[in-house]
Design a protein around this ligand. Structure first.
Ligand SMILES: Cc1cc2nc3c(=O)[nH]c(=O)nc-3n(C[C@H](O)[C@H](O)[C@H](O)COP(=O)(O)O)c2cc1C
Length: 186
């Protein structure tokens, strides 16, 4: 028997989602937050979307900067996700308080988060409202990848990287590399 709900109070039944730390540096502000609602939108040109509530300081900073970085972190960096995702830059300077290590981008002004296994530098191409979140679309202008994190084909190396996966609320999990399968249709 399946339970059927017509009033959706939680919207995380499709998790786990990989955790990205997203943010930007505008003229006066630098701020990053945890983001689970993100998606690739186009391969050519490479477009990446992130969904951000208007309440977040990160919304303001990316809107001003017209650029952002997307930074994927390993499961060992789970505390960083809680710090960036449960505290707001409206109340505290998270970069200073949690001593987040940033490094310069190649093309845009906003830095990438150093402790990531892969980061995207994105230039905003569109901002569109969808209900209580806004979709920020960014063209990926540069990609920073940790050595040996990906194969030649760009497939994540599960022997080296355990991506941080979010289950909702304050729960996280990661992959089991022993479950890897290389599968063909025939
Ligand atoms: C793992 C995780 C994922 C999150 N994903 C999103 C998201 O996709 N979009 C969003 O608007 N908020 C998301 N949040 C909430 C923001 O990260 C949180 O409200 C943060 O404090 C906002 O910081 P800011 O006000 O400094 O921008 C997430 C929180 C966590 C812990």
């Amino acid at each position: 028997m399946k339970r059927i709900l017509t009033q959706i109070k939680k919207f995380q039944y499709f998790y786990p989602y990989t955790v990205a730390i997203v943010g930007a540096q505008s003229k006066n502000l630098i701020n990053y937050m945890a983001c689970a609602w993100h998606t690739a939108l186009s391969f050519d040109p490479p477009l990446f979307g992130i969904l951000i509530s208007k309440k977040r300081l990160t919304h303001q900073v990316i809107s001003e900067a017209r650029e952002f970085t997307v930074n994927f972190i390993g499961a060992e960096k789970v505390k960083l996700s809680a710090q960036m995702g449960r505290k707001s830059g409206h109340d505290t300077d998270k970069i200073k308080e949690f001593q987040v290590k940033l490094s310069p981008s190649k093309i845009i002004n906003s830095p990438v988060v150093e402790e990531s296994y892969v980061s995207f530098e994105c230039k905003v191409t569109d901002i569109r409202a969808y209900g209580d979140h806004d979709l920020f679309v960014g063209e990926v202008l540069a990609l920073h990848e940790e050595e040996n994190a990906f194969s030649e084909e760009g497939v994540l190396n599960p022997g080296k990287i355990r991506p941080l996966l979010y289950l909702g609320s304050d729960f996280y999990i990661t992959i089991n590399p022993d479950s890897l399968q290389h599968v063909f249709p025939d």
